[in-house]
Design a protein around this ligand. Sequence first.
Ligand code: CP3
Length: 363
Amino acid sequence: MADFPPLKNDLIIRAARGEQTERAPVWIMRQAGRYLPEFRKVREDHEFFEICRTPALATEITLQPIRRFTGLVDASIIFCDILVVPQAMGMEVLMAPGPVFPDPLNTPADIAKLATHVDVQKELGYVFEAITMTRRGLQGEVPLIGFCGAPWTLFAYMVEGGGSKFFVKSKTWLFKYPEESKALIMRIADICVEYLIGQVKAGAQLLQVFDSWAGELSPDHFATFSLPSLKHIAAGVRAGLDAAQVPQVPLILFAKGANHALASLAADAGYDTLGLDWCIEPAEARKLVGDKVALQGNVDPNVLYGGREAIEREVKRTCASFTGGKPTKGWIANLGHGITPGVDPEDLRFFFECIHKYSATAN
Ligand code: CP3
C-alpha cells in the first residue's frame, strides 16, 4: 500500500466503530454533485462517466466540497457511481440525464450477454487510481470513503434498464426466476467484494454499500434476495483484507427503506455502521440495534429547502434523539438520503454548523 499523509481528523472512523466522540462527525451523501456551482462548471465540459473514468477530474470533484466546507465536513466520498459495476460486467450505461441501459436483461437468457469473467483491476482500475490520487490531494484533512451499490440494487438497474417506479421487471424475475435471480445477485456480490478490497488497497479508509432499493422488497424478499449478498460482501471484504494483510476498515451499510430489518442487520450482517433513512426515529432505531452497531443519518434531505429555522429545529431534534441526552457515541450525522440539486450550498453550510453545535458532548 502507498504511503499517505497522516490523518488529522479521525472522528468518523471512531464513530463508525461505536466509540464516543466530542461531537458527531458529519458528511452528506452526494456531497459532490449538482447543487455545487463548481461541480456544474466541470460538467459543462465533461460527460458524467468521463469524469468517473478520469482520475484527475474525479479527484478534483471529490475535493470540491472538502475545500468549500473546510473544517465543517468530516469525510470525503470518492466521486464515482454505483453503475460502474454493471459496466464492468459488460453492460452499456448512459447518463441521459438519469441512468439508461440501452440493452437491459429481459430474461435469464440475457445473462449470457454478460462477461464470463470480470477482470476487476482492468475494468475498474481507474477508480483505484482516482482513490489513490484523492488520498494524496486530501493531505490527511479527512478520511476517504469508498463505495459500491448493493447487488440487489444493481440487479434491479440491470433488469429494469434504469430507474423505476413499480419495479415490474425486476420483481417479475424474483417471482418467476428465483434461482436465476439469486445466482446473478451473488455473481454481482463477488465482483463487489473484489472491487471494495481494491478500493481499500488503493487508499479508501471506510466503505459504504448503498442498497438504495432495499425498501422495494418485502421483508421476506429482502431476507431471501438481498441479505445473503450483503453478508457475503462484508465477510468477503474482511477475509480478503486479512489475507492480504491490509488493516480492516469500518463497513457502512445503507439499506434504504429496510428499517424492518435493522435488528437482524445489527445482529449478524457484518457491518460496523447502519445508515438510516428519515422514516424512523433515531431513538427507536437505537433501541432496535442496541450497542451492536453505530448509526448514520438521518435528517430528511428536504429540510434543506425549509429555511434556517427549520434546519436548526430539525438538527436539534435529531441530535437529541440520537444521543438521548448522553454524550455522542456511535453516531455519524448525515441526511437520510442524498442531497438534491436545488439546494443552496450556504444552507448546507448552516446545516453542518448546527450539527457541530447540537451534537457537541459538552451541550
Ligand atoms: O456521494 C457522492 O458525492 C459520491 C458520488 C456518488 C454519485 N452517485 C454521483 C452522481 C455516489 C455515492 C453515487 C451513488 C449512486 N448512484 C446511487 C446510490 C445512492 C443513492 O442515491 O441512492 C445510485 C442509486 C446511483 C445511480 C444514479 N446515478 C442515479 C439514479 C443518478 C441520476 C439521478 C441523480 O440523482 O442525478 C445518477 C447520476 C449521478 N451520480 C449524479 C452524481 C453527482 C448526477 C449526474 C450528473 O452530474 O448529471
